[in-house]
Design a protein around this ligand. Sequence first.
Ligand code: KG4
Ligand code: ZN
Length: 352
Amino acid sequence: MSYIDEAKAKYEKLKTQKDVLILSVESSCDETSIALVKNGREVLANIVSSQIDIHKLYGGVVPEIASRNHIKNISGVLREALAVSGKTLQDIDAVAVTYGAGLMGALLVGVNFAKTLAYALNVPLIAVSHVHGHIGANYISYQDLKPPFLCLMVSGGHTAIVEVQDYCKFKLIGSTIDDSVGECFDKVARVLGLSYPGGPNIDRLAKDGKNSVKFNYKTPLKDTYNFSFSGLKTAVVNYVHNKEQKGEEIVKEDVARSFQELVTDELCEKAIRAVKEFGKDKIVVAGGVGANSMLREKIQKASEENGIKAYMPVLKYCTDNAAMIGSIAYYYVLAGIGFADLTLTARPTVNI
Ligand code: KG4
Ligand code: ZN
């Protein structure tokens, strides 16, 4: 039997196995990560090698540098993941990998590494969507969480409201028509002179903001579930530039806080409205911006006021990591999707 026939047969059998141990690989942006996850819920190891310090020098991720560093780091990350988990390569039942969305060159490193590993170990390869992975971050944060629920997806690549009807059944309710919310955070941070990645720095600075700043901006698309952040981005940039030109003082803390208030009010209002309209009782936050302290507080408060249960990943699983990929990969197996052969390649964009 060829590798593919054997892998396909093994993949089908995984569904009936009592325990499934998945080794997962994530390299879509600037984190090289490998995890070992049992039955979609138990994280035995989750090693994340961040390149933030390298890309900080350039004010953002430089794709070519990210790819090169993934190549440099990935074998060491694998060795560390195995050591932490106490498992050997022979214990692995399947290899899962993020195939998109993300930076093409960065993704290709993970995809080729995972293909090689799956082939060498003679185990199935599972191609996972990064967006689904962010939802999986909640299954490893909350052992009792099960679909259906409404998901607010807020990352550097996506901003969307998604109805999660089942583990692998998603319906897009609304999404951004231009920039993602993460991009907007990063851009505003840059104009305020904060380093990359901007989101956590805005979050920190905003805590010291005292006075409200008025931008020349009105929240668009109010009655829909779609978002548009490019107008807000421009409004903040214009505010800062105007003040600079006039030689007036900018209180960065106030700018960060006022910007963050506008963004989180909109995200929270739309998410809670969608939960109610779509008859759900749970709101699940996913993606890097889900680490934002103001967003978390507002979602928690609004949920309590509306009799909704709020789920937000523990902070280390909000931003990119392989454990979330290993979690959702298990549910791909149960749903019979994601099996990949050795022609698998990376995709810069994927649909929800
Ligand atoms: O999910 P993620 O790690 O990568 C993508 O899939 O895009 O999200 C990265 C984004 C960046 O834009 C980063 O600035 C933002 O998440 N982020 C935050 C916070 N932590 C990370 N934004 C606001 N507040 C935070 N605390
Ligand atoms: Zn991500």
